[in-house]
Design a protein around this ligand. Structure first.
Ligand SMILES: *Cc1c(COP(=O)(O)O)cnc(C)c1O
Length: 477
């Protein structure tokens, strides 16, 4: 069922900087078609007998291979028209990571590595981790593929004593809150805390109390100590957990994480380090920070499929948070021995974990080059702030690749009189092959430059100043 669309209908507005007039687009389109055709070939094998293909299957294979060859020719030459535009008749092909520079605030460091994409097509089947699961039947004990070793490496990577993979950072918060928080207990978070921290505490029956920010939107150790004191005075009890983000999701400012850990410990309160925006992109040393728990997000910062993440902890808390089941069936007397209650036995049983594992060597390596990522972030912010009326709301110089910016005095002044309003800016960006900005937003908004090469950063900076110049906004040289 081939729908004939021209490249221009499919990708309105060619991407001038990214190849000559639509050529790039059709090559990407054809690459997806080749991948899909290969999957169809794979489907033939899956439907055949182990002894080989029958004549009908053989004929079908021949047909598909011929199609594939034609597609490959199109990839090479940049020719052809889009033939497959939907998956399962309804889903669009998602090619924005191939077609564009994506500055979406939460997507940058979750993009899969090439190795992860290979792992995804290879291990996409449901419980694919379980091929060689043997006694004692727990995910983190599986040795083929090397899931047990991976847990050891993750633990070492974060410099903690135990690590488990979890379906997202939020499930890490949940496991900890559910283990440590009793009904009515207080948990200290920050005034910039992520909503999932609120929800994890709420589910456990606790109450969050927020540490206020200082004048520079930083969560300090001193303010945390004050908040702990306040809670003790008001409730007669100490908080049971302090949970603070190293870099928050609103400004990506760096907070006084080691000082906060120290303060928490002075009151005998465990400290959870929220590394959703750090683990997987910069070095994180849990012991050095003084964290009792380190939580990271696979799909935000570790180049893994969602939902994935990591929860690491010290030996001290493992018996509590990683407690094993004690439940016995009343009729059958069944027990499930080493299954961990908070993990509900096993967590990431397929493509999620395998992509995390496949990306891990690259992820480890990339954390060593965080300084270069920060340089690129500052390079872009410097270019942006040369556009008169633009500023950065995050701390500056930037220590992160996620930034909150304010273009009220620049692009928003154009939006006021433009017939497309704020969408003029999205239009201008997308015509340059840049996506991921909050569509229509020209006042305060966030972007993330993580993972862009210097060439792409230069292009991005030039695009912003180019749009400014087009609309006669003054740009400092
Ligand atoms: C994204 C984010 C989370 C949630 O991460 P998931 O892996 O999606 O659960 C939690 N905290 C902060 C600070 C975040 O930025």
């Amino acid at each position: 069922m081939a729908t004939q669309l021209t490249a221009d209908q499919l990708y309105p507005g060619s991407i001038p900087g990214l190849g000559s007039e639509g050529t790039m687009s059709i090559r990407i389109q054809k690459t997806f078609e080749a991948l899909f055709t290969l999957e169809e070939i794979r489907g033939i094998f899956r439907g055949s007998l182990p002894t080989g293909l029958d004549p009908g299957e053989e004929a079908l294979l021949g047909q598909r291979v011929a199609e594939l060859k034609a597609i490959v020719t199109d990839i090479e030459a940049g020719t052809g028209t889009p033939r497959v535009t939907k998956i399962a008749g309804t889903l669009d092909v998602r090619s924005r990571e191939e077609q564009s520079i994506n500055i979406h605030p939460i997507q940058a460091a979750g993009r899969l590595t090439t190795e992860a994409r290979k792992a995804l097509i290879s291990y996409g089947d449901g419980y694919s981790t379980c091929d060689f699961c043997r006694k004692p039947f727990r995910l983190d004990k599986i040795t083929k593929p090397g899931i047990a070793d991976f847990h050891g490496e993750l633990t070492k990577f974060l410099n903690m004593d135990q690590a488990r993979v979890v379906p997202g950072a939020r499930r890490g918060f949940q496991a900890v809150a559910s283990s440590l928080v009793e009904k009515g207990d207080t948990v200290i978070v920050s005034a910039l805390a992520h909503y999932t921290e609120f929800l994890a505490v709420e589910e456990a029956g606790g109450i969050v109390k927020e540490v206020p920010l200082d004048g520079k939107n930083i969560v300090t150790a001193e303010a945390t100590a004050q908040k702990i004191e306040d809670v003790q005075r008001e409730t007669g009890k100490l908080p049971v957990l302090v949970m603070i983000d190293h870099f928050d999701y609103q400004f990506a400012n760096e907070h006084e994480i080691a000082g906060i850990a120290k303060v928490a410990h002075q009151y005998g309160i465990p400290f959870l380090y929220n590394g959703a925006y750090t683990v997987g992109i910069m070095p994180v040393d849990g012991k050095k920070i003084g964290a009792d728990f380190v939580v990271g997000s696979g799909h935000k910062s570790m180049a893994a499929v969602a939902p994935s993440g990591v929860l690491a902890m010290t030996e001290e808390f493992a018996p509590k948070v990683l407690r094993t089941t004690a439940m016995v069936g009343d009729l059958t007397k069944r027990k499930f021995g080493i299954k961990e209650v908070e993990m509900l036995g096993c967590t990431l049983m397929g493509g999620t974990l395998l992509t995390m594992m496949a990306s891990f060597p690259a992820v480890k390596e990339r954390t060593l080059h965080w300084d270069d990522e920060v340089k690129k972030s500052n390079y872009f912010i410097d270019a942006l702030t040369r556009i008169s009326g633009s500023r950065v709301l995050s701390e500056y110089p930037r220590k992160h690749t996620l930034s909150k910016i304010d273009t009220t005095g620049s692009f928003d002044t154009v939006a006021k009189t433009h017939k497309r309003r704020g969408f003029f800016f999205s239009d201008e960006l997308s015509s340059r092959g840049i996506v991921g900005e909050f569509a229509g937003a020209t006042r305060t908004w966030k972007l993330n430059t993580y993972g862009l090469s210097w060439k792409q950063i230069q292009y991005l900076a030039d695009a912003f100043t180019g749009i400014a110049e087009k609309y006669q906004l003054p740009v400092q040289k």
